[in-house]
Design a protein around this ligand. Structure first.
Ligand code: 3HC
Length: 696
């Protein structure tokens, strides 16, 4: 776990201690023990003048071993804090030689060293906040002492990494090198060994007070925007604020106490669940498939989805050709793309040269012949089976036999689409989320005949695009949209039973959802689900409850934000929902017509009716094999539907509440509201046997 060797120079001998714990040099109990011992030996050995700590493989170290948290392993001595204290107090200079990344506890280890040398491509960060915790090995106390309060707040409470050049300009590293990292670190260590009484130790460094007294308030405001509902960012900020009034020991004790509070809390358990769930989602049942190289992609349709998809492909440096039926459509898409990039540039998120490079990767054509040389086509045309079938038969004729044909459908049957081509094994669903150049989720829909190579290739492609792919099976709405139906249905029922739109949406926002189901409907456009309901009307069983509220709203021409009104009204050009008394009247009329007596609806009931509708459908989806794992459903909801990461997704949330309790409530709803609430057999099975979704 720690490889130790010496390097001898004319000025002296350096002990080089290499952390070797693949894949990310996580600092678990084994590494801590071995590092503590190796440090002791190097410090005691009179032949050694200085020490360099470095990492084997891709990274310096990416932090504490997260899997050890909440287990006895995390308490095994020595602690990371003790190691850092040991090396900071070392009478011999200790230099960190950093390549790849120094993250979390890895960076905290480097902060305990007297100097830091970095390779030009290295990155630095304290991403603990994204796991619902804070840097618990001195990071919140040493970093502000080294680089100042404001930049430390950005790094600790924001959680994003910075590159070596930025780290150097902030004074986080002493030197950036292109090559010869370890020799350079040895040289610096030997230089420092000449005058060991001047070794820079951050525990002794004074803290410079921020010029702007509002810096903490501003950080709290930013945290509330970026990490709404999360407690960890606020604790990170409190720890940094503590540096103004405490010495290092007091500050470390405070940090330790707040770390323990967070690491034992539900939020951090949920956030760590999502961290591992995202990685588990990448694991395919058939890991051995060969990958098809994607050099060029075609996108059919230059509407909102098509343009967004084309941008996300160009952003990954892959050439893409957009196809439309007419020039006007193509021009509209091209304008939207230009406008989008220009606004990113204005906001300083994209340089002009990068913008031009990305635009240069996107070509346009009205001719399917332009798809003769593409390796993948993503069809993002109108959501209609006949339209899509016609496109796929054209693709069948013009594309190479080995081209992958993907449909960006959000609910249609991939098997039916595949059957309309001569190569169903090459057909797959890719359900992007809007805006496709921003949203990270990608539901990869596996048809019955889709080949394992095509699935594996789509996964690798999605990763290249910076997306989180999740494998799902074919059914109406796949995982995400299929679960949204009962969730929204309950939102509408609750209106009839006595709630107002702002009460339903408000309860769910306070729960942590990015927005409630009614505001979401207004944003997506109410006409899409209206059309689907009209299609299904002839076959809808008459005895099953059906809410007319949404239909009546649409009949008034209120189709959501785009028409300035839906469940709410909107001022021109604004997306802020304004409660509309006309809707309260409409809802009351619908309730009366349906013979429903309106009553007070509690916040608890709103949460249970909507959340447990998600959970019950999720359990069916799991049992049917439409999702591979419960955690995949959680990833889909957190990454694609604004579900609060600090609750870990609907299935993890149900585990947190306790499945027997969830089942008992669903059984009560079943009695009260009828067959739509039939408990899913899997939920019954798990609750009865004392197991959880995460045990599956
Ligand atoms: N602990 C345990 N396992 C970890 C880990 C960690 N800190 N970081 C990564 N892993 C695991 C992953 O789960 C994955 O396991 P798998 O192969 O079984 O799925 C494997 O290492 C490789 O990880 P990735 O697939 O994510 O590899 P990438 O190369 O894509 O990304 C990375 C590498 C950028 C380091 C990314 O893994 C990452 O962001 N890791 C988390 C870093 C982090 O949050 N560090 C802080 C930890 S908490 C801490 O240090 C507390 C301290 O303050 C006391």
């Amino acid at each position: 776990m720690i490889a130790s060797h010496t390097e001898t120079f004319p000025q002296g001998t350096v002990a080089v201690l290499t952390i070797d714990n693949p894949p990310v040099n996580g600092i678990g109990s084994g590494v801590r023990m071995a590092l503590g011992k190796a440090l002791d030996e190097a410090i005691e050995n009179p032949a050694i003048s200085a020490i360099v700590i470095t990492g084997a493989g891709k990274f310096f170290s990416c932090g504490a071993d997260i899997r050890e948290f909440n287990t006895p392993m995390s308490r095994q001595e020595p602690s990371l804090r003790a190691i850092i204290e040991q090396l900071e107090k070392s009478p011999k200079p200790v230099v960190a030689a950093i390549h790849g990344a120094a993250l979390g506890g890895g960076l905290e280890l480097a902060l305990g060293c007297h100097h830091r040398v970095a390779q030009a491509k290295a990155s630095f960060g304290l991403p603990e906040v994204k796991l619902g915790i804070l840097p618990g090995a001195g990071g919140t106390q040493r970093l502000p002492r080294l680089i100042g309060i404001k930049p430390a707040l950005d790094i600790v409470a924001g959680g994003d990494s910075i590159d070596a050049a930025k780290a150097c300009s902030l004074g986080l590293v002493d030197k950036v090198v292109q090559s010869d990292l370890v020799p350079e670190a040895c040289r610096l260590a030997l230089e420092a060994s000449v005058q060991t009484d001047a070794l820079p130790r951050l525990s002794r460094a004074p803290i410079s007070k921020p010029v702007d007294g509002e810096v903490f308030d501003e950080a709290r405001k930013q945290a509330a925007r970026r990490y709404r509902g999360c407690v960890a960012p606020l604790e990170c900020i409190a720890c940094i604020e503590k540096t103004l009034t405490s010495d290092l020991d007091e500050g470390l004790a405070f940090e330790r106490e707040r770390f323990q509070f967070l690491v034992n809390g539900d939020q951090s358990k949920a956030q760590r669940h999502i961290f591992f769930a995202e990685r588990a989602a990448l694991k395919l049942p058939d890991a051995k498939a060969d990958l098809i190289t994607i050099r060029k992609v075609g996108v059919i349709g230059a509407g909102t989805m098509g343009s967004g998809i084309a941008m996300s492909i160009a952003n990954a440096g892959i050439p893409v050709v957009m196809i439309e039926r007419d020039q006007a459509g193509l021009d509209r898409g091209w304008e939207a793309i230009n406008g989008n990039y220009a606004s990113s540039m204005k906001r300083g998120k994209l340089s002009e040269s990068d913008m031009n490079a990305r635009l240069a990767l996107i070509s346009r054509s009205l001719d399917y012949g332009a798809l003769a040389d593409v390796d993948l086509v993503v069809e993002a045309a109108f959501e209609d089976m006949d339209v899509k079938k016609e496109i796929f038969s054209k693709l069948d004729a013009v594309c190479r036999p080995d081209t992958i044909l993907a449909s960006n459908t959000s609910r249609l049957d991939i098997n039916e689409l595949a059957a309309s081509t001569s190569k169903p094994s090459q057909v797959i669903g890719t359900h992007f989320f809007s805006p496709a150049n921003v949203m990270r989720l990608l539901e990869v829909v596996q048809g019955d005949l889709t080949s394992k190579e095509v699935i594996a290739t789509l996964f690798a492609f999605a990763k290249k695009l910076g997306k989180i792919p999740v494998l799902v099976g074919v059914c109406d709405g796949f995982v995400g949209n299929r679960m949204v139906s009962p969730y929204t249905r309950e939102g509408h029922f609750l209106l009839e039973e006595g709630a107002t739109p702002e009460q339903v949406d408000g309860a769910l926002r306070r729960f942590g959802m990015a927005m409630g189901p009614l505001q979401m409907g207004d944003m997506a456009g109410l006409d899409i689900s209206w059309a689907a309901r009209k299609r299904m009307a002839p076959t809808r069983p008459a005895h099953i409850r059906y809410s007319r509220v949404a239909d009546r709203i649409c009949e008034q021409g209120r189709l959501g934000q785009k028409t300035g009104a839906g469940f709410y009204r909107y001022d021109a050009g604004s997306r802020t929902p304004i409660p509309d008394p006309a809707i309260d009247v409409l809802i009351a009329e619908c309730a009366q017509e349906a013979g429903i007596e309106r009553r007070e609806i509690s916040e608890e009931e709103i949460i249970q009716r909507t959340m447990y509708a998600l959970v019950n459908e999720g359990a069916r989806i799991l049992q049917e094999g439409i999702a591979q794992r419960a955690s995949d459903i959680d990833v889909i909801y957190v990454a694609g539907y604004g579900f609060p990461v600090f609750r870990g997704g609907p299935m993890f949330y149900a585990d947190t509440v306790g499945l027997p309790k969830v089942l008992a409530t669903i059984e009560r709803f079943h009695e009260q509201h009828g067959e739509l609430w039939e408990p899913a057999p899997l939920l019954r099975e798990l609750a009865k046997s004392g197991r959880r979704f995460s045990d599956l």
